[in-house]
Ligand binder design. Structure first.
Ligand SMILES: Nc1ncnc2c1ncn2[C@@H]1O[C@H](COP(=O)(O)OP(=O)(O)OP(=O)(O)O)[C@@H](O)[C@H]1O
Length: 610
């Protein structure tokens, strides 16, 4: 079986071609161009460093020759030269390391920022496919490894052939026969190292994937830590973590084996070359073909001819790892941004909805959508919500209410049909412009780490502190905030004060009030609030609904009381529509849901057959 076939079988992926390598460098080229000055500087220091290598050999040759011929003046000069070379070498090395490190840090920052910006523009469907921990690993680990391709790797890939070329010219001048023999050892080292480097890339990709998997697992366990303890799952997840770490260790052990094999291959070729040349050189000195000084200079320089071959392969090994990591970045970077998907239907640019003056109307015309392309989550939905009206969506779990919200928010494109806001089809509007017109209050409002003031301010980043307080008052959360020792500066979110469901909802309502959008989507909390909290939320919601068009997913009948129309959904379709009393008298799904709730059962989680 061919070696490449074995690799393909092992990794499920073909060995990288030259075209792929060129593609990688093309990808990084814009980053390198951005810092061309630094790269030019590195090139100059490289040339200087190669010159210093030759100068050292020249120094050795001459000082030994002067010693053999008892030339004391010559020795003194050579010592002076030696000290001068030494200082130049140290200075060049310092600036090379400094500029290279700083440039790499800048490129790393740019790459991470680009990846992050792209991630924030990706559609909801992308986030459904990837674990957040895996994405974090791509952002943190893979970018770090990927940058190696244009950092140390690139510098060495230029430096090593340059050194080898210069060393060969110099050695050839001293002893052509020995130099040509020496040259034969290079390809031997290169071939063995190239074979290893291919495996190294596959192993590198597997390690990066495994790191992503572990990161995903850890994020998940940390997010669900309360559940882990509640169900005493510590041991189960510890075992799972240990298993995944074990797999990582196996891959890392393979990596160590490959690295060791790689180095041994290089060493065998290097040592054989050294022994051969010392032996042949000694004969040449004995027969007067070569001076002792030249042999010493030869030996000091010969390593610079053979080691670049192994060094190059080593660099390719590192490059392979960088490529493996870059592949994982591409997987994300090649995903079309949300704007590209949502506006794929046409590049027409409709009029951007103006800043809010009056509530907007909303219309869904024969809208269907499927997450998996097999089963419709919503099917032929036609619904007109006149400006300023309140429409309540009710229905059993899985009826398609949240999906409808996601379509209105443009997290997905309908498979068929169209949505119109204020009589403008979505296809003519940019997604961010559409969202600017919508205030969305989620079922479980998310609070970011930061103060309460900062969290409310997310509704409108340009709002003043006075506006924040006004919104909080309207949302019935102001008094509660003031009762906290640090008031609006109280830290909430993951590491902050824990708030109740009702308090979080009211902060979210304050956020929505601050946004002051003409259209409101309110997803009522399913978890029951205590009656005081419930009335505070209801009161706040009423204010929020004023002079807005509202679509509310209602899990409790209290919200429905104010609705102009109640839309009943089941299995992705609208099955009933009308006023509360009218729907009750029909004796259909709504009346059954109402009956269940009146008897103390929660409608949102009851499967009711239509
Ligand atoms: N991200 C998703 N990927 C695949 N299928 C999904 C996704 N989200 C929802 N679904 C499916 O789409 C259908 C409609 O779900 P949806 O969440 O819209 O119902 P719902 O009426 O809002 O339910 P609930 O009241 O429980 O929130 C369900 O069959 C659900 O399993």
């Amino acid at each position: 079986m061919r070696l490449t076939n074995v690799i393909v079988r092992l990794s499920g992926k073909a060995v990288p071609s030259m075209r792929e390598t060129v593609r990688y460098y093309k990808f990084f080229l814009p980053y390198a161009i951005r810092y061309w000055g630094a790269y030019l500087f590195l090139l100059v220091t490289l040339v200087l460093s190669v010159t210093m290598t030759l100068a050292y050999a020249w120094f050795l040759k001459n000082i030994v020759q002067d010693a053999v011929t008892h030339n004391i003046v010559g020795i003194t000069w050579m010592v002076g030269f030696g000290i001068g070379f030494y200082f130049v070498n140290v200075t060049v090395n310092f600036f090379n390391t400094y500029v290279r490190t700083v440039t790499m840090n800048k490129v790393r920052k740019d790459l991470k920022t680009d990846l992050w910006t792209h991630l924030t523009c990706l559609p909801q469907s992308f986030y459904n496919r990837y674990q957040s921990g895996d994405l974090m690993s791509r952002l943190n680990n893979d970018t770090d490894v990927a940058v190696g391709a244009i950092g140390t790797n690139l510098v060495n890939i230029i430096r090593l052939p340059l050194t080898a070329g210069a060393a060969f010219v110099y050695l050839f001048g001293m002893n052509p026969k020995l130099s040509l023999i020496l040259l034969c050892f290079g390809p031997i080292a290169l071939v063995s190292a190239t074979i290893f480097s291919r495996y190294i890339r596959i192993n590198g990709r597997q390690i990066q994937n495994q790191l992503g998997k572990i990161s995903g697992l850890v994020t998940e366990i940390l997010a669900g830590h309360a559940l882990v303890r509640a169900f005493s799952l510590q041991e189960f997840f510890s075992d799972k973590y240990e298993r995944e770490m074990g797999k990582l260790l196996t891959l890392q052990t393979s990596s160590a084996r490959l690295g060791g094999g790689f180095r041994i291959g290089a060493q065998v070729a290097g040592t054989a070359a050294l022994l051969w040349c010392i032996g042949m050189g000694a004969y040449d000195v004995a027969s007067g073909v070569m001076t002792a000084g030249s042999l010493l200079a030869f030996i000091s320089l010969m390593n610079h001819l053979v080691s670049p071959f192994t060094g190059m392969a080593q660099q390719f090994g590192g490059l392979q790892r960088s490529m493996a990591a870059t592949e994982r970045l591409w997987e994300v970077l090649e995903q079309p941004a949300e704007a590209a998907i949502l506006n794929a239907a046409g590049s027409l640019r409709g009029k951007e909805p103006k800043a809010r003056a009056l509530p907007y109307s909303l219309e869904l015309r024969n809208v269907s959508f499927s997450y998996d392309g097999i089963r419709d989550a919503v099917h032929h939905i036609t619904l007109a919500v006149p400006a300023g009206k309140i429409v309540a969506l009710v229905g059993p779990s899985g009826a398609g209410k949240s999906t409808l919200f996601q379509l209105i928010m443009r997290f997905y494109n309908p498979a068929s049909g169209e949505i119109l806001m204020n009589n403008q089809p979505y296809g003519l509007l940019q997604a961010p412009d559409t969202r600017k017109c919508i205030a969305y209050v989620q079922q479980e409002p998310y609070l970011f780490s930061g103060s309460i003031r900062e969290n409310i301010l997310l509704g409108s980043l340009v709002a003043s502190d006075l506006d924040v307080v006004r919104a909080a008052k309207q949302a019935n959360i102001h008094d509660f905030v003031l009762s906290l020792p640090q008031g609006y500066e109280t830290q909430v979110g993951e590491h902050g004060v824990r708030l109740s469901g009702g308090q979080k909802q009211r902060i979210a309502i304050a956020r929505a009030l601050l946004k002051d959008a003409p259209l409101l989507l309110f997803d009522e909390a399913t978890s029951a609030l205590d009656s005081e909290s419930e009335s505070l939320v209801q009161d706040a919601l009423l204010r929020l609904m004023q002079s807005r068009t509202t679509l509310v997913i209602a899990h409790r009948l209290s919200t429905i009381q104010h609705a102009d129309v109640i839309v009943v959904m089941n299995e992705g379709e609208i099955v009933e529509m009308g006023a509360h009393d009218d729907l009750l008298s029909r004796g259909g799904l709504y009346s059954r849901l109402h009956h269940l709730q009146s008897n103390g059962l929660h409608s949102g989680h009851q499967r009711v057959k239509a």
